[in-house]
Design a protein around this ligand. Structure first.
Ligand SMILES: Cc1cc2nc3c(=O)[nH]c(=O)nc-3n(C[C@H](O)[C@H](O)[C@H](O)COP(=O)(O)OP(=O)(O)OC[C@H]3O[C@@H](n4cnc5c(N)ncnc54)[C@H](O)[C@@H]3O)c2cc1C
Length: 393
């Protein structure tokens, strides 16, 4: 469901907030430093806990500042390791998106088990959006989402579980809300994780209760609407605290820039926000343009913080210029001219989010997914892992 068209502001109004620049420095050096500090044993032991030794690498992986094969090469893990397996989850989701295209944005395997009649793909419970559910672990997670653009995996699962199962809201609204704020907002990981929790993309919906939140957040809260037996959580009435819903307000702002003027005599490397890799064709003598497509942002709005982070990360690619432009309009003729030999070559990095881009693409570096040779998407992570993981056939 589309939101309003993006509004345009001078590019210098899209600067990164200092707190975000400190929490997630938008550089490849910061990404590599994070990779080197991964402690796999501590990760495997503690990753489910809010204070666990997670890497906070996701904004860098999502935007291609570092790739999964590079991470694995640096940490040289035992391929059975939990960290490697989580990276494989990322590639699993990417592969499903690549094979199934935009169908991932609709219920995958069946309707959401508990979707209330009032549910709407752009409405969420007010108390969740405003972080006023009265459940501390949830309210802190909402603050982290909005202020920091990063939420621990377990807290993402809790928010999604309460949204879909306890409030009966539509998972698509939750996914759009997350994608707007998360610095790592990734079409595949986000959409398919919401479907996994909601029970539309897996056969066992994920349900969290108060005891689970308490255990992994070092809290004790009693008498909340989550402090009830599972059956009641799933089948009881929607708690009063979650009954009122609001329409999501997800305004997009893009930089106001002059239209790009491409030089037909110079090779063109077309970048998108999911491949800000400074090492890609680093030695090519080429024009480099990052394309921000208004139609994409209308469908999948981003917050100013998210956009500011990406614009700052784009500075990592020397000579990269920025254009707000529709890729098909900008590139189609040029690709045809290049094919006739009338203009220099055009390339981009293949990614399921830009499957509509014309012209040839270089593959995205992957560690596991290239071993999946079946033409259709894997049905489940376990089917994928059995094939591509250690001991896979
Ligand atoms: C409802 C929901 C929405 C999500 N939305 C996104 C999203 O938009 N973008 C995103 O990158 N991840 C998403 N995830 C997956 C996961 O929560 C994040 O990748 C992880 O929390 C990022 O933090 P980290 O880098 O510290 O992870 P770590 O635990 O340190 O893991 C290292 C890397 O492995 C990958 N990874 C770890 N767990 C998962 C997982 N469950 N699924 C897929 N990849 C994983 C990520 O690339 C991550 O950076 C979502 C999960 C849920 C439940």
């Amino acid at each position: 469901m589309a939101s309003s068209p993006p509004s345009l502001v001078p590019v210098d109004e899209l600067t990164l907030r200092p707190e975000l620049a400190t929490a997630f420095p938008p550089t490849r050096a910061a990404a590599l430093e994070r990779v080197r500090s991964v402690d796999e044993r501590a990760y495997a032991r503690t990753r489910n806990h809010l204070r666990g030794a997670v890497s906070r690498l996701s904004p860098y992986l999502t935007h291609g500042l570092v790739s999964v094969p590079e991470v694995l090469a640096i940490i040289a893990p035992d391929a059975n390791g939990k960290f490697a397996q989580e990276l494989a989850w990322r590639e699993f989701f990417q592969l499903v998106h690549e094979r199934d295209g935009r169908s991932i944005f609709a219920d995958r395997f069946g309707p959401q088990p508990r979707r209330s009649t009032a549910a709407h793909p752009r409405r969420l419970p007010r108390a969740i959006v405003e972080g006023r559910t009265g459940i501390d672990a949830l309210d802190d997670a909402v603050r982290a989402l909005v202020d920091d653009g990063y939420v621990h995996n377990h807290a993402r699962m809790w928010l999604a579980s309460v949204t879909c199962h306890v409030a009966g809201a539509d998972w698509r609204a939750g996914a759009a809300w997350f994608l707007f704020h998360l610095l790592d907002g990734d079409l595949a990981s986000n959409t398919l994780s919401w479907q996994w929790v909601a029970g539309t993309g897996s056969h066992k919906p994920y349900l969290a209760d108060q005891a689970n939140l308490d255990r992994f957040s070092d809290r004790v809260q009693r008498g909340t609407f989550l402090d009830r037996p599972t059956a009641e959580l799933l089948q009881g009435p929607v708690p009063a605290a979650l009954a009122e819903s609001v329409e999501l307000d997800l305004p997009v702002t893009l930089p106001d820039l002059p239209p790009p003027r491409l030089d037909p005599d110079r090779p063109l490397l077309a970048y998108h926000p999911w491949a800000l890799d400074p090492t890609w064709r680093a030695d090519d003598d080429a024009e480099r343009w990052l394309l921000l497509e208004p139609a994409f942002f209308e469908l999948h709005p981003w917050s100013r913080d998210r956009l500011a982070w990406v614009l700052a990360a784009a500075l990592e690619v020397p000579g990269l210029r920025i254009a707000v432009a529709d890729a098909r309009t900008l590139l189609s003729e040029r690709v045809a001219a290049a094919a006739r030999g009338d203009a220099a070559a055009v390339r981009h990095r293949l990614h399921p989010a830009v499957a509509h881009w014309p012209g040839p693409g270089d593959p995205t570096p992957r560690a596991f997914a290239q071993r999946w040779t079946n033409g259709s998407a894997p049905r489940s992570f376990s089917a994928f892992w059995q094939r591509v993981g250690p001991g896979g056939r």
